[in-house]
Design a protein around this ligand. Structure first.
Ligand code: ADP
Ligand code: MG
Length: 720
């Protein structure tokens, strides 16, 4: 009998089984069943040589027309040569250098041949192909024949035999309860593997895979359900604003009306925070939709109730900017305890990694005594030695830059579980939200504050004469009109090549480019020499500049003392200079769709409207179309869906969510059919966890989770 953890030694007598150990993550015999066919060959259509080029891995059904054994002249032994003919009548030679195979390849025999297609003396040839007799219905029972990924030392016949053996002896209990399978019309696990590896017809592999995709969804959703249940068991301290307190004073001095969306989301948050359960809310909103004020109002409510609020930002630039803009918005309300400060005032503390020791000490003191009601910082906030007096609310800005671990680390700084608000400007397709942020409730700000003029975007083909020139003229015109702009480059370019991490991968399979990507350093030099930009004040900003220098440049840009900032994507997140109206993105094809959209959100934040020029060497093809799509719409959700359909799940989930990467092998978050499965799995998981928090009544399911989840995710089940 074979189950998940049967060792190879137990099945080692089986031809080929031992060779599979260690291949493609196969550790136990049962893992072989998860090595799925890469495609299926229709017995009746059979495949043709015309479908392949020399060098390709060929799998086709052909008939032997002649076969001969010769003695070799140079060496000992003999060789077999044969000729096979495909369904089209195309012929190819076979050659084997050891005749033990000679016996069964007789003229008239039809078999499935697999090998690398080559040329020998002007004729197609397969040297040492593997072959199986598809008429052997014990091995290949159905009308389609599975073809496995190419593995050294293992051929498909070995796979077929091992798989048949495993399926015959498989008695691992099904991890998913029968009634759930029944409700969704899913087959048993055993049947799923059978349909995938030994299908009778073309439909079966799809049905088998659907079951395995459901399992993937269920694993992720059960982990999330366990997390939600754990949150639900926590109690938090209700945080309500004081009447006539800080929030009221702030609202009274707001220079504009809140949008309807801001008000609505604000009320939801206020309700959450007034409750006994900790809030876990995700706030999505386009760049510039005004999330910061929503967050600030929640923070002020926390301060009003006597607690502190922390805002975690992904970069120093952004933390510094939040610090400045929040102080500016609060005005005298941020000068609590100081002469001239308002009666209800509080203090704002900034904590980043690069602060001087003295400034850091001062900030830490304010944080530990509770004097600083509002604490803004980078990862530095999460570190040891940062202690809060009473942390009541955690706000995480641009969550996609952080993992769940960081969110939890900051939560851990509170004596009682704090309320958590997560904000993201990257519109998240529903499936991704359910998968990555499935432990939170979600809200969205869908309208931009009134008076925002739209951003106009164009793709600029760099190769066309005069277009780049015109680009710099446009930038100069914006500056002449009193505005500012950005030029974004995919790398820094001071010496290294390793800093292009922000850039998009070679997803189109294009060969590495002839020209190095634009770097900030050289581009700044070039633009300073560019006649069209004469008199324009240019400076640069990138991640490897010393922190004070970065800060100084950002502030000078904010004050309008710099006209054009040449920078890397450090400006991508949250930089807010309303007077900046133009952005030129060089090597735009190196960035992902969502990233371009995010970058572009830096301009057009005021009433003047924005211009975004996407410069690329690409002239056609998918790359160019991707840029055209970004230029054509400013609807972030539309772009997020497009992005999702073009990228691999792992990339969407991001490095910080890499644990999820291995969990989603078959599930496609962009596929409507899988959306249904994810939703079903979410409901099932919620019910399972509610009825049986640690799943002790479902040992097989629990075992699957333990196998597929990392320790951190699985820990929530243990606490159940
Ligand atoms: P986000 O963080 O969502 O990108 P911000 O909160 O930074 O957006 O807001 C962008 C700009 O819009 C800021 O300058 C902010 O002061 C302004 N703003 C926010 N809400 C409103 C509103 N209701 N009316 C007018 N301007 C607003
Ligand atoms: Mg923001």
């Amino acid at each position: 009998m074979v189950d998940r953890v049967t060792r190879f030694t137990k099945v080692a007598d089986l031809a080929g089984a031992a060779k599979l150990k260690g291949k493609r993550g196969i550790e136990f015999a049962g893992d072989v069943l998860d090595l799925l066919p890469r495609k299926y060959l229709d017995r009746n259509v059979a495949g043709r040589f015309a479908d392949f080029a020399p060098g390709d891995a060929v799998a086709l059904i052909a008939t032997v027309t002649e076969a001969k054994t010769h003695k070799m002249r140079q060496r000992k032994g003999s060789m077999l040569t044969a000729t096979i003919v495909d369904a089209d009548g195309t012929k190819a030679g076979l050659v084997f250098f050891n005749t033990y195979v000679a016996g069964d390849l007789k003229p008239g025999t039809t078999a499935l041949f697999m090998g690398t297609l080559g040329y020998y003396k002007g004729q197609l040839q397969l040297a040492h192909p593997s072959y199986s007799f598809i008429t052997d219905t014990d091995i290949y029972p159905g009308e389609v024949i599975p073809i496995y990924p190419v593995m050294k030392g293992v051929n498909d016949l070995n796979m077929a035999q091992v798989v048949r053996y495993l399926l015959d002896c498989w008695d691992d209990p099904d991890p998913v309860p029968a009634e759930i399978l029944h409700a969704h019309g899913l087959v048993s696990e055993h049947e799923a593997y059978r349909m995938i590896h030994r299908p009778i017809d073309k439909v079966e592999p799809h049905r088998g895979r659907r079951r395995l995709r459901y399992d993937e969804a269920l694993v992720v959703q059960t982990a999330l359900a366990a997390r939600r249940a754990a949150y639900d068991r926590e109690t938090s301290t209700p945080r309500r604003p004081r009447e006539g307190g800080l929030l009221a004073a702030f609202d009274a001095r707001l220079p504009f009306e809140l949008t309807a969306g801001q008000r609505e989301v604000g009320e939801r948050i206020a309700q959450d925070m007034a409750g006994e359960r900790p809030m876990h809310r995700l706030l999505q909103g386009e760049v510039g939709s005004g999330k910061t004020i929503v967050a600030l109002r929640a923070m002020l409510a926390a301060v009003d109730s006597g607690a502190q609020a922390a805002l975690l930002a992904p970069t120093e630039v952004l933390a510094g900017q939040h610090d400045r803009s929040i102080r500016a918005m609060l005005g005298e309300l941020a000068e609590g305890g100081m002469l001239g400060g308002a009666e209800h005032g509080t203090k704002v503390a900034l904590l980043t990694g690069s602060m001087s020791k003295a400034a850091r000490e001062r900030a830490l003191l304010g944080i530990v005594t509770g004097e600083a009601g509002i604490v803004i910082g980078t990862h530095a906030l999460i570190q040891q030695g940062v202690d809060f007096d009473d942390l009541g609310l955690v706000v995480v800005d641009e969550q996609h830059r952080f993992g769940v671990e960081q969110r939890d680390a900051l939560r851990g700084k509170a004596t009682h579980p704090p309320h958590v608000l997560v904000m993201t400007a990257t519109p998240i397709p529903r499936t991704v939200a359910m998968t990555v942020f499935g432990d939170m409730e979600t809200s969205a700000l869908t309208q931009l504050p009134a008076g925002r003029a739209p951003i106009v975007s164009h793709v600029v083909p760099a190769a066309k004469a005069g277009w780049l020139q015109r680009t710099w003229q446009r930038l100069a015109e914006e500056v002449a009109a009193g505005h500012q702009g950005y030029v974004v480059c995919p790398r820094i370019g001071d010496d290294d090549e390793g800093d292009a991490q922000a850039a998009y991968g070679d997803d189109d399979g294009e060969e590495s480019e002839k020209r190095p990507l634009h770097g900030v350093v050289q581009t700044l030099e070039q633009l300073r020499a560019e006649p069209a930009l004469a008199g324009v004040r240019l400076e640069m900003l990138h991640g490897r500049m010393p922190a004070e220098e970065k800060d100084a440049v950002m502030q000078a840009f904010g004050r309008g003392e710099i006209d054009v900032l040449v920078s890397t994507t450090v400006i991508e997140v949250g930089v807010d200079v309303p007077n900046a109206t133009a952005m030129v993105i060089l090597d735009a094809d190196r960035f992902g769709i969502s990233q371009l959209h995010q970058l572009r959100g830096r301009v057009g934040r005021g009433s003047a409207g924005g211009l975004c020029l996407l410069v690329t060497d690409a002239e056609a093809g998918q790359t160019y179309e991707r840029l055209e799509a970004v230029a054509a719409t400013t609807d972030g959700f539309e772009l997020a869906d497009l992005d999702l359909s073009l990228r691999r799940e792992g990339d969407i989930l991001g490095a910080n969510q890499s644990g999820r990467r291995t969990q989603l092998r078959l599930l496609r978050l962009s596929h409507p059919k899988d959306v249904e499965l994810i939703e079903a799995a979410r409901d099932d998981a919620t019910r399972l966890i509610a009825e049986d928090p640690d799943l002790s009544g479902h040992p097989a399911l629990k075992a699957m989770l333990a196998r597929r989840l990392d320790d951190e995710q699985a820990a929530f089940l243990e606490r159940g």
